[in-house]
Design a protein around this ligand. Structure first.
Ligand SMILES: [Zn+2]
Length: 333
């Protein structure tokens, strides 16, 4: 097992190589192969402070130190990702999208998503929110219907029932999934972990058990045509995830969040397992971008430099699988 510094050194080299290629192509991004990021949040400003991607260790609580809002993770590292200056976040991320030839599904309320559409014409696929930002209450179903039928929204998400301790198969939310199935709109559901200390620090209703991918089975049985994007790929429940993918061919996963939130060796092992189990056509790239403009290049580099993926598998994960899932009218790229 490589030491911490060895892993970092390998990653830094990889990042540098990717950065250099991207800089060379800075003014010709349309010639870079396109990338689809299926998981971006329509924030106005960076959310949170600087961040150590792929933290190698989740620290135990320490009564002598102030508990961090996102749990106990290492805060000294290299590389480190930084938030934007006030007022610059959307511009910074859009500049990266243009440089790297990224189109993204951007989730949020209509006003916030419109800001992103205006800032990045042709590069934003609009996704809804599922709860009101103010109080967390559910959006009225007629409002969601209008988003899809009149306002051009393409994906329903991020459906974060796990944070409420609710199963996606709970009857109380079935009408939303019935609407999505009826309108043939894909749904994006948070399944898996929610970060270090999530349940004991800031989301007391969060339940790890409600992220079990197999909880989607009853929902899928009720709505056999529903297209489901399992956000965060149900990490770390790989056996359950593979069982669901095997039984339900409309189910895809995204690697957003997980790709930068957990130790690098573990992230690569998880993605590799999905691919080697035969599901290379259903793994989609995503970032869960919410605060750090360089996160996009960083996360792409992890796929680009994965020695267990063929060049074709990399292109499928970075573009072709999401294009098929979203039914974009595009040739294989
Ligand atoms: Zn999520």
């Amino acid at each position: 097992m490589p030491s911490h510094s060895q892993k970092c050194a390998a990653l830094c080299v990889a990042l540098f190589a990717f950065g250099a290629a991207a800089v060379r192509a800075q003014n010709t991004s349309d010639k870079l192969p396109p990338i689809l990021d299926v998981h971006v949040h329509a924030m106005d400003e960076s959310f949170g402070d600087s961040m150590c991607p792929n933290t190698p260790k989740f620290l135990a609580s320490d009564p002598d130190t102030k508990e961090a809002p996102f749990g106990w993770i290492q805060d000294e590292c290299s590389p480190k990702l930084y938030p934007s200056a006030k007022g610059e976040y959307i511009n910074d991320v859009v500049a990266e999208m243009q440089r790297l030839n990224v189109t993204a599904v951007v989730f949020g309320d209509p006003k916030s998503v419109q800001k992103w559409r205006d800032a990045a014409p042709g590069r934003v696929i609009p996704g809804t929110s599922f709860s009101e930002a103010m109080d967390g209450s559910r959006l009225p179903i007629d409002e969601l219907r209008k988003d899809f039928t009149q306002d051009g929204f393409k994906v329903m998400g991020e459906i974060g029932l796990q944070y409420e301790g609710i199963s996606p198969s709970d009857p109380s939310v079935d009408k939303y999934f019935a609407l999505a199935e009826q309108l043939d709109i894909p749904v994006a559901i948070h399944m898996g972990t929610g970060g270090s200390g999530r349940a004991n620090i800031n989301s007391p209703n969060f339940r790890g058990s409600m992220g079990n991918p197999l909880l989607l089975e009853d929902l899928l049985a009720r709505h056999p045509k529903l297209r489901v994007q399992v956000m965060h790929a149900g990490y770390p429940m790989i056996e359950e995830m593979l069982t669901l993918l095997q039984a339900n061919s409309h189910v895809y996963v995204d690697v957003a969040g997980l790709i930068w939130s957990y130790p690098l060796i573990e992230v690569n092992r998880y993605i590799r397992r999905l691919v080697e189990a035969g599901f290379e056509d259903r793994v989609m790239f995503g970032t869960d971008q919410m605060g750090w403009p360089k996160l996009m290049a960083y996360s792409i580099s992890l796929i680009q430099n994965a020695d267990y993926l063929t060049p074709e598998q990399k292109r499928d994960i970075l573009y072709n699988n999401a294009a098929r899932f979203l039914r974009l009218d595009t040739a294989r790229k």
